[in-house]
Design a protein around this ligand. Structure first.
Ligand code: UDP
Ligand code: MG
Length: 310
């Protein structure tokens, strides 16, 4: 019999985690597969770990990876994939925005088309703020325009992956992981599955604007050198303007159509403009140097406190 794991990252999800377990469990019971659930407790400070431990005690098919502190959603998903030993895995959020009832259809689709990845595409995003839906939509489209590779639009980490994909994923050494991008990057046969994203079933989003921005910048900087090209382009543009201005002033002086004394405005504009371009391009460069700094340290992506029912 084939084996399946459900990988669920959780951070302070005390209000939904038990419901999450129950709903997934009742779906898994109907499947003709050997199923496991793997919860990654990403350093929750509420009752999540207690609830998870109680579940794992009564159900041996549930394993829990406890992190030593909060390492973030992507690190939690990564740990799940690293520790997964089954033929198939489905990554899913704990808040039930991705309905577990879709699991049988996703698996059927994978079997029918013999795919390595079934990525779930959000047709709608219910109950999310206009701001979040709008920024997410814009992000995926801008990201595609800027990145060196095209990625499917409007997909989260909710997807099914097979052992081959996990094996390749485990070879990625980079610490700043944009999981959905990396899985796309691996290739093989990847097919979409369209669904309606529902409401969070309790608690609130663990992605405040700050985390969203850092997530978006990891995605962008790790998958594209375009910002550096834009910075270079800006530099060229500034040089061109500088040249034109230089010629204008030199000829002006020679033929007497500029008054050098009254040049305060043009000097200020040039100083501010070139200063701005320099700071901006240094800033972009700095972002990549920052990434190099983080990667070169080779710190682990996460620290595990303990694993239950490994
Ligand atoms: N999550 C996590 N660590 C974090 C933030 C979030 O493990 O630092 C988990 C969270 O518990 C949830 C999933 O990642 O299962 C997605 O988070 P959330 O639902 O808050 O994001 P949203 O759906 O609002 O984008
Ligand atoms: Mg959510």
């Amino acid at each position: 019999m084939k084996t399946l794991s459900i990988i669920i990252p959780c951070y302070n999800e005390e209000s939904v985690v038990e419901l999450c377990y129950n709903r997934i469990k009742s779906v898994l019971d109907t499947l003709d597969l050997n199923c496991r659930m793997m919860f990654i407790n990403d350093g929750s400070t509420d009752r999540t770990p207690l609830i998870l431990n109680a579940i794992a005690q009564s159900d041996r098919t549930v394993s829990i990876i406890h992190f030593s502190r909060n390492f973030g959603h992507q690190a939690a998903v990564t740990a799940g994939i690293h520790h997964c030993t089954t033929d198939l895995a489905i990554i899913m959020d704990a808040d039930l925005q991705d309905p577990p009832e879709l699991i049988p259809q996703i698996i059927a689709k994978q079997e029918d088309e013999n795919a390595n990845v079934v990525y779930c595409v959000r047709k709608t995003r219910l109950g999310e703020s206009k701001f979040k839906s709008w920024t997410a939509k814009k992000f995926y489209r801008t990201f595609n325009r800027i990145s060196e590779m095209k990625f499917p639009l409007d997909t989260g980490d909710f997807r099914l992956i097979d052992a081959r994909i996990m094996q390749e994923f485990n070879r990625f050494k980079e610490r700043g992981k944009y999981v959905r991008g990396l899985i796309s990057w691996v290739g093989f046969k990847q097919i979409p599955f369209y669904y309606e994203r529902t409401l969070r079933q309790g608690g609130e989003s663990k992605y405040p604007v700050k985390k969203m921005l850092s997530f978006a910048s990891t995605a962008l900087l790790y998958f594209s050198k375009r910002p550096l090209q834009i910075a270079t382009g800006l530099g060229f543009f500034a040089v061109l303007i500088g040249l034109i201005m230089a010629l204008w002033f030199i000829f002006g002086k020679m033929f007497g159509y500029t008054q050098a004394q009254s040049g305060w405005t043009s000097i200020m504009i040039a100083v501010i403009f070139f200063g701005g371009v320099q700071l901006l391009t240094i800033g972009v460069l700095g972002q990549y140097v920052g990434i190099l700094f983080d990667e070169v340290k080779e710190r682990p992506e996460y620290i595990i406190e303990k694993i239950i029912n490994e």
